[in-house]
Design a binder for this molecule. Structure first.
Ligand SMILES: C[S@@+](CC[C@H](N)C(=O)[O-])C[C@H]1O[C@@H](n2cnc3c(N)ncnc32)[C@H](O)[C@@H]1O
Length: 185
């Protein structure tokens, strides 16, 4: 059963058309991991997105609820981000991991700023992700939140909100928000 909570389903992906009658792209139950609202709130308060804002995968709305007026996609509601083609000023969310590289490329094609809450190794371990980020611009900031487990995610790696910015060639700041579960220094 595909339940939109943090219980992991070991089945493979299913077709969204199986549930909604006609949408073609597959979605993976393992991608459905919700962000605790207080973590999403802290991230939005920190980065203060403005202009046209998109949550590309709103899930239950942890980020979208903190960004009034934002636009959103959610494949389980029939809005596939990979089909979104309009430019935006900011993308802010916790993305699916199963197709992270393609997801990142699509985000870079659309947005001036991209903030994703992700295991930090998602950016640095696959060289192609790091290369794509540097080609897009750079990483302006990584706001470390804690381990995945401490954030309520089913993984133990360090998790941070990574701010990618188009054309950015400055230094990368690594910080801890006031309510981070990790030490401040
Ligand atoms: C890691 S969850 C995070 C949900 C929400 N952003 C949050 O932080 O609580 C990723 C979400 O991406 C959605 N998703 C997966 N593929 C998608 C696609 N192609 N377009 C839109 N949403 C997608 C999943 O259904 C899931 O709700």
């Amino acid at each position: 059963m595909n339940t939109p909570n943090n219980t992991q389903d070991t089945d493979g992906g299913i077709l969204s058309s199986d549930l909604f009658g006609g949408f073609g792209r597959e979605w993976n139950p393992k991608d459905v991991v919700m962000t605790p609202p207080q973590i999403a709130r802290r991230i939005v308060q920190h980065f203060k997105p403005t202009g046209r804002i998109l949550d590309p995968c709103k899930g239950n709305g942890a980020f979208a609820d903190e960004m009034p007026g934002c636009e959103w996609c959610e494949i389980r509601e029939g809005k596939d981000f990979m089909e979104w083609q309009e430019p935006v000023d900011w993308i802010v969310s916790n993305p699916p991991y199963s197709n992270f590289y393609e997801w990142l490329l699509h985000s870079f094609a659309l947005a001036e700023n991209v903030v994703y809450l992700i295991p930090t190794q998602k950016v640095f371990t696959p060289l192609r992700c790091l290369s794509a980020a540097l080609e897009y611009g750079g990483i302006k900031e990584i706001l470390i939140i804690g381990t995945g487990t401490q954030c309520g995610f089913p993984l133990g790696f360090a998790v941070g909100a990574v701010h990618f910015k188009r054309g950015y060639k400055g230094e990368t700041r690594i910080g801890y928000p006031p309510n981070s579960v990790l030490p401040k220094k």
